[in-house]
Design a protein around this ligand. Structure first.
Ligand SMILES: [Zn+2]
Length: 197
């Protein structure tokens, strides 16, 4: 177990990351033998803290913690895709490569989000903290040219079902886990802990 001083933390000073603590912790490996004592392999313990820089996408994650759903739009008049709204958030327009305009699409999401398709996952990869089975949904919005991948927190997904976003505004993680979806009409009292509309 890491001590409080060992936990890898990052602060920013004059625009540069300053790291403190341990980001790579070495533990001894162990051999794997079969029933007859024949060597088959080894374990390779790796405890590492990964630094994920958000850069121009930071506003998207910061806004989730405030109950806002932030997309982006290409406003380049010369672009064939001008006025296209992107969600997931794109820093640059993929067609003209110009920087996009940040726009708030919380109201569009609340009023028009529907389930485009879904997949229910009984088994997850390592480090999953979502409740299983996980109901992954692809969410479609009016006036938005892309589809957003999320997870349904309440109810059973159906294609075409109207959903509304909920946000982890209490104790946010500042990750994509801070946004989830529930069927339209769900009362606030039924939302998962720390989530609000
Ligand atoms: Zn463009």
């Amino acid at each position: 177990m890491k001590s409080e001083n060992d936990v890898g933390r990052v602060s920013v000073k004059n625009g540069r990351y300053k790291i403190k603590g341990k980001f790579h912790i070495i533990e001894p490996n162990t051999p794997i033998f079969d029933e007859n004592g024949k060597l088959c392999g080894i374990t390779n313990p790796r405890d590492m803290t990964y630094i994920h820089s958000y850069g121009g996408e930071a506003i998207f994650f910061e806004s989730l913690s405030k109950g806002k759903f932030i997309g982006s739009r290409c406003d380049n008049p010369k672009c064939d895709s001008k006025e296209s709204i992107f969600m997931p958030f794109r820093i640059y327009c993929p067609d003209c490569l110009r920087k996009t305009t940040v726009i708030d699409i919380t109201d569009i999401a609340k009023k028009t989000a529907i389930i485009h398709s879904f997949i229910i996952t009984e088994r997850s990869g390592a480090f999953n903290i979502l409740k299983k089975p996980i109901k992954f949904i692809n969410v479609e919005f009016e006036d938005v040219c892309t589809i957003f991948m999320g997870y349904l927190s309440i109810g059973e997904p159906e294609i075409g079902m109207r959903v509304v976003p909920i946000f982890q505004t209490k104790n946010p993680t500042y990750t994509i886990m801070d946004i989830s979806w529930v069927p339209v009409g769900t009362p606030e009292s039924e939302l998962p802990d720390n989530f609000t509309f």
